[in-house]
Write a protein that binds this ligand. Sequence first.
Ligand SMILES: Cc1cc2nc3c(=O)[nH]c(=O)nc-3n(C[C@H](O)[C@H](O)[C@H](O)COP(=O)(O)OP(=O)(O)OC[C@H]3O[C@@H](n4cnc5c(N)ncnc54)[C@H](O)[C@@H]3O)c2cc1C
Length: 264
Amino acid sequence: MLVHLFKSGRIDGAIVTRQTGPFQREPFLAESESDIRDAAGFFFDTSHGMKRFSDYYITYSQFREFNPLIQKGLQRVAFVGTPCQIRAVRRMQILNIIPADSIKFCLGLFCSGNFVFGETQREKIAKIGGFQWADVSKINIKTDLIVHLNNGETKNIILDELEFMKRFACYFCPDYSAEYADLSFGGIGAEEGWTTVITRTPIGRAVMADARSKAIEVGRQAKQPRLAARALKNIRTWSAKKRDTAAKNRETLGKKFPDIKHER
Ligand SMILES: Cc1cc2nc3c(=O)[nH]c(=O)nc-3n(C[C@H](O)[C@H](O)[C@H](O)COP(=O)(O)OP(=O)(O)OC[C@H]3O[C@@H](n4cnc5c(N)ncnc54)[C@H](O)[C@@H]3O)c2cc1C
């Protein structure tokens, strides 16, 4: 989708996240098709820049990349982010905070929570899943954490097993499916190799309509109303679960420190 927006001249940059090491990533202003392709994929690890604070505050920052955006004078930029990041951009846009006016397309990711992905946590996940990190080719999240190994095997770890490494702030976040994005993307509800997409705004619908004939392949699920309805039901269930948990956890805020187990 980003490549299509770029090639068709609708954006001149995209704020994404690129990998900088086996378990590190950083926010990044992509300015070419190859930049965008290099940044594809799912990454754990909280952001750099605001790392010191980003595990504790509700939004973890991707905004370091606003500086090059201003310096280079880019005015048509797409922003990819988790629900908290999309909300922050929308707040900035409503308050007219520059350079949020340059963000023309918000592409949100479904998110049940992000994780503190340090060495201890990595060791523990490998133990739970029964694999070695050296053998991992790719990881993704749907209703489980899915670890793809180089030998073609996959290991599924239920998300409840990852609670010990969830970012503290994610316990209070009510948004699962990036409700303020123009388009939301996730693995849940989609068959292997496909992505579930929700169009949410007129801009999002226009982007989808334009891309679907040229750059996007529409799967059999989207063409069959029953399968699409089942995917939507699934997303609604996960959204309600995240909203209810956040509401419950927020009740204790300001009264006492919430009783949440969190290993560091
Ligand atoms: C922390 C996190 C939690 C998620 N939880 C769920 C979930 O519970 N259920 C679900 O169905 N889907 C979840 N997803 C979304 C899913 O894993 C895929 O990212 C999504 O389906 C898009 O896949 P794709 O292959 O179409 O995208 P790709 O073409 O691979 O593009 C992904 C884009 O996301 C950007 N990106 C990657 N990691 C991050 C990050 N940590 N922060 C900001 N941007 C990033 C990349 O730079 C790239 O532009 C989660 C994603 C993240 C990053």
